[in-house]
Design a protein around this ligand. Structure first.
Ligand SMILES: CCCO[C@@H]1O[C@H](CO)[C@@H](O[C@@H]2O[C@H](CO)[C@H](O)[C@H](OCc3cn(Cc4ccccc4)nn3)[C@H]2O)[C@H](O)[C@H]1NC(C)=O
Length: 135
């Protein structure tokens, strides 16, 4: 498993986007991109699962508040392949986070924590990050 990348003290405001590009490793069971205030307060946990934790080819999305996971959402649209490159764009708005996948499919997740900015990003799992771009 690739070791993760963590970026802190960011200043991502409504209307800003974060583009994550990287390689999904061969044999990948899952990977995740976490956005929020810190590791215990995530406005979005974006977790594609190939085959782990009881999920197969499913994107699990959730928020985390003071270290406690909240209610998961699941997405069956799964345009990811092991041993291949991908790109995911996260656009932060006051009420939601828009997630655009490599095939242009879009998901939305509510800003349950009511954060007015994002200062923390962490990428983890069987994923080799190549680009973290702020737009
Ligand atoms: C049916 C009753 C049990 O429900 C299960 O409860 C599990 C524990 O809360 C849920 O799994 C957790 O879901 C969270 C999101 O809601 C996170 O995904 C939890 O994993 C966090 C985590 C990341 N990592 C590092 C990592 C990253 C990528 C791949 C491998 C490890 N280690 N732990 C993950 O352990 C799991 O999604 C949940 N399944 C369902 C169907 O609800």
């Amino acid at each position: 498993m690739a070791c993760g990348v963590v970026a802190t003290h960011l200043k991502i405001f409504p209307g800003d986007s974060v583009i994550v590009k990287g390689k999904i490793l061969s044999g990948c069971q899952g990977f995740e991109v976490n956005l929020g205030k810190d590791c215990d307060n995530l406005v979005l946990h974006f977790n594609p699962r190939f085959d782990c934790k009881g999920d197969v080819n499913t994107i699990v999305l959730n928020s985390r508040k003071e270290g406690t996971w909240e209610e998961e959402k699941r997405e069956s649209h799964f345009p990811f392949e092991q041993d291949s490159n991908t790109m995911v764009t996260f656009t932060f708005d006051a009420n939601e986070i828009k997630v655009k996948l490599a095939d242009e499919h879009e998901l939305c997740f509510p800003n349950r924590l009511g954060l007015d900015n994002i200062e923390y990003i962490a990428v983890d799992g069987d994923f080799k990050i190549k680009v973290l771009k702020f737009a």
